[in-house]
Design a protein around this ligand. Sequence first.
Ligand code: HEM
Length: 508
Amino acid sequence: MIPIIMWLAIAALASFYYFCVRPMTYWKKKGVHQGGNPSWLIGDSLRNILGLECFITTIDNGYKKTPDLRYFGMYTFVKPLLVIKDPDLIKEITVKAFDNFADHRDVMPVEADPLWGKNLFQLKVEDWRYMRPLMSPSFTSGKIKTMFGLMSECAENMVNHFKNKKESSIELDVLDATTRYTNDVIAKIAFGVSVDSLKNPNNEFLNTARRATDLTRFKLTLSAFASFVLPGYLMKMLGLKFFEDDVKNYFSNVLQDSIRMRKKSGTYSSDLIDSLLEAQSAAKKDNSLRKLEDDDILSQSMIFFLGGFDTVSKLLGFLCYELAINKEVQDKLRKEILDVIKKNDGKHTYDAIMKMEYLDMVISESLRKWPIMGGMDRICTKSYKIEPVNPGEQPVIIEKGTYMWLSVWSLHHDAKYFPNPEKFDPERFNEERKAEIYPYSYIPFGFGPRTCIGQRFSLLKCKIIIMHIISNFELEPCQKTKIPLGLFEKAFLVSPEVDIILNLKKIA
Ligand code: HEM
């Protein structure tokens, strides 16, 4: 009896060593410096799981501890993670060696959540190469220009809502308001429905959207962590997924209704659904093209929705905050907006917005200081050798399947690339100084073939509402405004630690 127990104990210890302890030596064996202090099994993720620190902060701590290195190793649970710090190496990975680093990590395996797995962000390179060219025409400057009217309508609704209040100054929860604006735009453009979320604060679209994009919800956090250790079939059995069934059904019904109405009435609008339907019918006619199923369309609408909802509302939230606490920047911006509009016969047009250079600089600086995604990932799809460049480096073979992180937040806050990084200084992006920015050190939308497809869309959506707000109101800090503002350590995206509360004062 005793020998059996002894053998079982030895087997348990050996398994523990093999699966939990040994993986933590992966980077040391490759001669790669470890940026964290990994614990058995949990790796460097303990503080993330306990909600004490967000992933961006964990990476940033490693970045700061390794000032002279181009990359360092960490562990998400037992999975090795290589963090890339050097802009030249980021260029190598995202552009030159794209074929070796073509995919994103499975946030949710496709077996566990097919709807999530089919979206452009998540598609594996073979399917992605087919889908991206189908989606790209929806995001050209010409196509985005045609969405100007739909976006302006939502912006005017929002501004009029506040202008019609009798008080000359109101206290505003900025993220709440910007979320309602981005919700209305994306409802219209990605799902074809009109909702006025300020007039109807409890509309079903907004409430469902909020649930779908609450990246702090327990089950999603659990699923995201589980995806590091559990195979897809097990996650499916446990019911772990990105979109809950009721959320999926709701959006699916809204989209189907909208498509049915268009087909019946023959009226089409300049939105993303029309572009997707065009791509679907082109694929139907051309036998050489793979077919686009209705599920593919729903999946892309969902990623446009996810991409366009929380990211842009947070960008707007941080931007309003910076404008409120940097009055000279706000005044200069207002002057530019009013001057351009005056020269444009008082009209807020697309061409007028495109002439606002300072507006562009202000948004770029906001994305520099508050890059909403915080970073981006890549999976090594074909093994690759990183050649030594600096003294003390040795060649490192990156194995297929290795998880990589490109540390955007840390680069944007590194004084080597952006002196006095905590200062909000739009002049960093003026014509002269913009040219001096070290290539690939400023990448809020990623880079290379997998760069954000919604970049132009987001920037226009942001410019329209800022133009309307700043020409009608003054943004001011109030007693409830937290200065300085830190990061919310439980969130996935870069999010403010507390609500952003500002005074919105009408301009006489
Ligand atoms: C402030 C707003 C936004 C920011 C900061 C942002 C940032 C990013 C980043 C960093 C990536 C990864 C790029 C890479 O891996 O190189 C990405 C990918 C993506 N974004 Fe955005 N995004 C924003 C808004 C949007 C919007 C509005 C949409 C859609 C309407 C969108 C759709 C996508 C899609 C589909 C991808 C995957 C592209 C692919 O893999 O081909 N994003 N975004």
